[in-house]
Write a protein that binds this ligand. Structure first.
Ligand SMILES: Cc1cc2nc3c(=O)[nH]c(=O)nc-3n(C[C@H](O)[C@H](O)[C@H](O)COP(=O)(O)O)c2cc1C
Length: 335
């Protein structure tokens, strides 16, 4: 008999809640953004509540107006997850990092270290990043989509090769034989792509789960192909049940096209609950939070997601003029 079990993931933001005004709610810890004890308390409550994993979204940019809003990302997803890892036992720890603005060796080393520190609970949400202001923080522009995803495929493959560069029993720790590790089982692999390369191996042994799991967030054909090929989990934000089912089906098809068992890829559909002692109190709380939404920031975010420079003053205007782009037939491929 098979039993169906729902997997629950909790998304953390900057320590207050996802809405811009959440930091002003009565009882909020005003220092949550930098208070690791607060994050640890939330994580321990989630673990007690049977939530399987914690998730940090991230874009490496200050993209809110701090005059009246708290940031919506943590000070650093990996470092906050490391603080949480030491104070929790079972809950999964998935952090976001960009495939466009990081080198694969750095990503592989940091996530593998978190995996070992947490005894096999780490995951990497591999995103390509679409905000031009984030690109500017690295002195770059957002590359064309095909190029961005070609790099993403190379980065994920090299990261996985680095994670796999120790065989399972390579770390022998044999005092009498004076052998710390079996170097025959720790090998360089020399991968060279068009955008990134690495020699390997990584100086970190496998964790209890072997290596971190891979997540992906974002839609579109390129994102789906990335998820279909590598992801164990996908974070999605469908707005209706039908939309959620369609996204699940598209992910299912993408995994099949990649030759994988589609049930290996779990989809986590996001929703934002408002929790209070009564329905009335929850509705009041939701109204307060909704009123704090900053439409200027949301319009800018929408523009980054769809690749158009949208501004708030266009909100009542006509359809923005779209620059004609030539279609690029080539698809991202293996390294
Ligand atoms: C539900 C969801 C969550 C996302 N989370 C992140 C994130 O944490 N960090 C990030 O840089 N981009 C995030 N994205 C953006 C995507 O990775 C992607 O850049 C975006 O969908 C635009 O697609 P493109 O990269 O194909 O242009 C998210 C997208 C969706 C739909």
């Amino acid at each position: 008999m098979t039993s169906r079990q729902m997997l629950l993931c909790m998304q953390f933001t900057s320590g207050y809640g996802a809405e811009p005004g959440a930091w002003r709610l009565p009882g909020a810890n005003l220092s949550s953004y930098t208070d690791m004890d607060q994050y640890v308390r939330y994580a321990q409550a989630a673990e007690r509540g049977k939530i399987q994993l914690l998730f940090f979204a991230d874009t490496p940019v200050l993209d809110v107006d701090l005059e009246d809003q708290a940031p919506h990302h943590p000070i650093d997803p990996l470092l906050v997850m490391t603080s949480i890892a030491r104070e929790t036992e079972r809950i999964g720890l998935v952090a976001t990092a960009s495939t466009t603005f990081n080198e694969p060796y750095t990503l592989a080393r940091q996530f593998k270290a978190l995996d070992v520190i947490s005894h096999g609970r780490a995951g990497w949400n591999a995103v390509t990043t679409s905000d031009p202001a984030a690109a500017a923080n690295f002195g770059h522009h957002i590359p064309p989509r095909a190029q961005k995803y070609e790099r993403a495929h190379e980065v994920v493959q090299i990261v996985q090769a680095l994670w796999g560069s120790w065989e399972k029993d390579a770390w022998v720790r044999d005092i009498s034989g004076k052998r710390f590790a079996d170097m025959g089982k720790i090998q360089p692999f020399n991968l060279q792509g068009r955008h990134v390369a690495s020699r390997g191996p990584l100086p970190i042994p496998p964790s209890e789960q072997g290596q971190p799991v891979i997540f992906q967030a974002g839609g579109g054909s390129y994102g789906l192909e990335l998820a279909g090929r590598y992801a164990d989990g996908v974070y999605a934000n469908p707005y209706t049940i039908e939309d959620g089912q369609a996204q699940r089906q598209a992910l299912h098809d993408a995994a099949k096209r990649a030759g994988r068992d589609p049930d290996e890829v779990k989809m986590f559909a996001g929703f934002m609950p408002t929790i209070a002692p009564s329905r009335r109190a929850a509705l009041d709380r939701r109204r307060f939070l909704n009123e704090s939404v900053d439409l200027r920031q949301r319009v800018r975010y929408l523009g980054a997601m769809i690749g158009l420079p949208l501004t708030y003053d266009q909100i009542d205007g006509g359809r923005p003029r779209r620059r004609r782009c030539r279609r690029r037939p080539e698809r991202p491929g293996p390294v």
